[in-house]
Design a protein around this ligand. Structure first.
Ligand code: ZN
Ligand code: ZN
Length: 387
């Protein structure tokens, strides 16, 4: 198992909000314990040693850490290239170990990581996040939408080389192109990443004026994205290769669309089912009749209210809910009745209601009558707990 499938914070045994010093100290302790010199020939320790290196290389870099915090889980689910060895490369970890222990780790990583050499190889571009808010109707129908994404792209004037006028890179004079420098320290011979070229072995003579030698510039790109019908609040869509461009012909990162669905004024959603509360005038609920109900597709449908319907009565309209993702099926629309007591009565209406009330017998309000009878019994018998 690589660290890509395990939580980096867990690997280092630190809290998610641990500061840089805590992370460094936790890593140091683990690195001392798991160091191959302490456990010669032990494959488990060696793997663990690399795992903590991988975790630390991400968590010690504020940019990578922020990205991991945002995307960590998604990588595993989507199966995309994560922060595993493919993304960070063991070459990067050896720098970290060297920074802490003072060098000499190249050989080990060369064995495990597929070769050590000048670090001028391709580097994968960063992943990007883009938040999209849509309405419930749009989630129902699905939609195509244009988005403008600022992202790093290869600088045009230098063709991504970072060198002014696309001039070829020169061999680094400090390391003569090796990407590493050697020095003796007591009885040890130490190999370090070349500080002049950062291990690339090659140096830019004059940095490109447009990108300052980075080889990348920030540009806006318009993309047309398809949002499928039935998406839910919190759905993430991965657009492969639409993140930042890679360095030195490295593959681009991915773009993640984070969808949120706005609350609706009429409908509440639970998966594929929709819920709607529909007020009905008291008289209509008493007399019964048809009632129009809106649907999410912007049409009208009808329910038949039986005479004497009460508040809370539910009606199910089959197949008028949300669309299921990647299916033609639809959920149901549940309507809950809310009987409305008339207000702001005119003198005439009041008189009519008073007459109506006088005319009403017990049988018109069985619930009220039932409650009244129970209350009467309660007082007549007496309740020792109440007194
Ligand atoms: Zn160099
Ligand atoms: Zn440039």
């Amino acid at each position: 198992m690589t660290a890509a499938t395990r939580d980096y914070y867990e690997i280092l045994g630190v809290a998610r909000d641990a500061d840089a010093a805590t992370i460094k100290s936790a890593f140091r302790k683990l690195a001392m314990k798991l160091h191959p010199d302490q456990n010669p020939g032990c494959k488990v320790s060696e793997d663990k040693f690399k795992e903590i290196g991988e975790a630390y290389s991400v968590l010690s870099d504020p940019e990578k850490r922020a990205q991991y915090d945002r995307f960590g889980k998604t990588f595993d689910v989507g199966g995309g290239p994560g922060f595993g060895p493919g993304a960070a490369g063991f070459n990067d970890f050896s720098d970290i170990f060297n920074e802490i222990f003072g060098g000499g780790f190249e050989d080990m990583f060369a064995r495990g990581g597929g070769g050590r050499g000048p670090r001028n190889g391709p580097e994968r571009g960063a992943d990007l996040r883009y938040d999209v808010e849509i309405t419930l109707e749009q989630a129902f129908k699905g939609m195509e939408r244009e988005i403008v994404v600022p992202r790093a792209q290869a600088c045009e004037p230098c063709a991504g080389t970072g060198s002014e006028g696309k001039a070829p890179l020169e061999t680094c004079r400090t390391c003569n192109g090796a990407g590493q420098v050697r020095a003796s320290q007591g009885m040890f011979r130490i190999v370090r990443t070349c500080p002049a070229c950062h291990g690339r072995g090659q140096a830019i003579k004059t940095p490109c004026k447009s990108c300052g030698g980075r080889g990348l510039t920030q540009k806006e790109r318009t993309l047309s994205v398809k949002i499928p019908a039935g998406v839910e609040d919190g759905t993430r869509i991965r657009l492969s290769g639409e993140g930042d461009s890679g360095l030195r012909n490295g593959p681009p990162g991915d773009l993640y669309l984070f969808l949120s669905v706005k609350p609706h004024s009429l409908f509440e959603r639970d998966g594929a089912d929709l819920y709607c509360r529909a007020p009905a005038p008291m008289c209509k609920a008493a007399l019964g009749g048809e009632m129009e109900i809106p649907t999410i597709e912007g049409e009208r449908t009808k329910i038949t209210i039986p005479a004497g319907a009460q508040t809370g009565r539910r009606f199910r309209i089959k197949g008028k809910g949300m669309t299921h993702l990647r299916s033609k099926e639809r959920g149901d629309l549940h309507v809950e009745l809310l009987v409305e007591t008339p207000v702001n009565l005119s003198a005439k209406q009041r008189k009519l209601l008073e007459e109506f009330a006088k005319d009403c017998g017990e049988e018109a309000h069985p619930q009220t009558q039932g409650f009244f009878d129970t209350v009467k019994k309660f007082f007549d018998n007496g309740d020792p707990l109440v007194r």
